[in-house]
Write a new protein. Structure first.
Length: 154
């Protein structure tokens, strides 16, 4: 997938689920689909080459986070709950975790998502989010503490 020699259908097949989960962690269900669609459209318009699959994946993640932020900014007066996966058959403790994630700020939520759901390390997240690794480590630690407090765990 070097340069402009990638197929958007293949990209969507490979990264679409990840992008949707990331968008769901930031906006509501119907909005998440719109965000992912917009990201794919931006990919079609993107005319600069990528330096391999990891560069493409990082670009997709960054654009998805930015589009979610833009969407929330544009719809600031609307309450956008994290109800995206409510239609899935999930256990109550999973729903509690999803609700707690929805109460975190976007920066904390994205760090938690990228680390635990996508398996990125703190230095990798720092690079993706244009931040320092120490900042990401602190944010991850604080976000875990907030989640622990919200879920009433000791």
């Amino acid at each position: 997938m070097m340069g402009l020699q990638y197929d958007v259908h293949e990209v969507f097949d490979e990264y679409g689920d990840m992008l949707l989960r990331l968008a769901l962690a930031n906006v509501g269900a119907s909005e998440a689909c719109d965000v992912v669609q917009d990201v794919m459209l931006r990919l079609l318009k993107h005319n600069k080459p990528f330096d391999g699959g990891e560069h493409l994946k990082a670009w997709l993640i960054r654009v998805t986070i930015n589009r979610c932020r833009d969407y929330k900014r544009a719809h600031r007066n609307r309450n956008l709950p994290l109800d995206a996966v409510a239609s899935l058959a999930i256990e109550s403790h999973q729903q509690e975790l999803i609700d707690a994630l929805g109460q975190l700020g976007a920066k904390d939520r994205n760090v938690i998502y990228l680390h635990y759901f996508e398996g990125y390390s703190c230095p990798e997240i720092a690079k993706l989010l244009h931040s320092r690794p120490a900042t990401i480590l602190s944010r991850l630690s604080r976000a875990r503490a907030k989640l622990k407090n919200m879920l009433g765990e000791t």
